[in-house]
Ligand binder design. Structure first.
Ligand SMILES: [Zn+2]
Length: 202
């Protein structure tokens, strides 16, 4: 889920902060945003429009090299944003597929690989986003920043864990509610709803 990706970025950011604390918290924030960024395509070509497992990685390598040679707040922030976005895009393949009920495991689309022009199949190590094991991963990723930081940063990490817990509880009921809602819409109205929003629900 998005919070797991964000906190994975924060773990990278925390490691860099431990090495270069004088760069401050901006690189850590950039890492969190980079981890979150690909999922901003949720409503428009999810896991394709802003997910670039190959291109983000290709950009992250020189950015990390620049930051390693000249570690400033800016170079570290850019490198961490790209590294976290690459990690997010690449690690989506470890989860479930792109379908309304990913716990059923029927979709063979995990994330789009623009470089090879094809969908990568889900490996389902985390069965679906919002699964209990997804929450376990979120909790594990929260440990380093909670130990390292105080104040606002620590509060934001704990808030992300709390949001994740609520999401995990609601993950399956939300789909049932959406199905009921779509079933209640008259057919002549459904005709005006874009096909991809209805297809999985009917
Ligand atoms: Zn994603």
């Amino acid at each position: 889920m998005a919070t797991t990706h964000a906190l994975a970025g924060v773990v990278l950011g925390t490691a860099v902060w431990a090495l270069v604390p004088e760069a401050g918290m901006l690189p850590v924030l950039a890492a969190a945003l980079g981890g979150l960024f690909p999922d901003f395509d949720l409503y428009a070509g999810h896991r394709k429009t802003l997910h670039f497992p190959v291109y983000f990685s290709a950009l992250a390598v020189p950015a990390v090299a620049v930051a390693a040679l000249n570690p400033t707040t800016t170079t570290l922030a850019v490198a961490l944003f790209l590294a976290a976005a690459a990690l997010h895009s690449a690690s989506d393949v470890l989860g479930g597929g792109l379908e309304l009920k990913p716990w059923l495991g029927t979709s063979e689309r995990a994330v789009y690989d623009h470089w090879n022009g094809r969908w990568l199949a889900p490996k389902r190590l985390i069965r679906y986003d919002g699964a209990p094991e997804d929450l376990a991963l979120t909790l594990a990723f929260a440990v380093p920043p909670v130990l390292a930081f105080d104040g606002l940063a620590e509060t934001l990490v704990i808030a992300a864990v709390a949001v994740s817990g609520v999401y995990v509880l609601l993950r399956k009921p939300m789909v049932a509610i959406a199905e009921t809602a779509v079933a209640a819409i008259p057919d002549h109205v459904v005709d005006y709803v874009p096909e991809r929003f209805v297809r999985d629900l009917r």
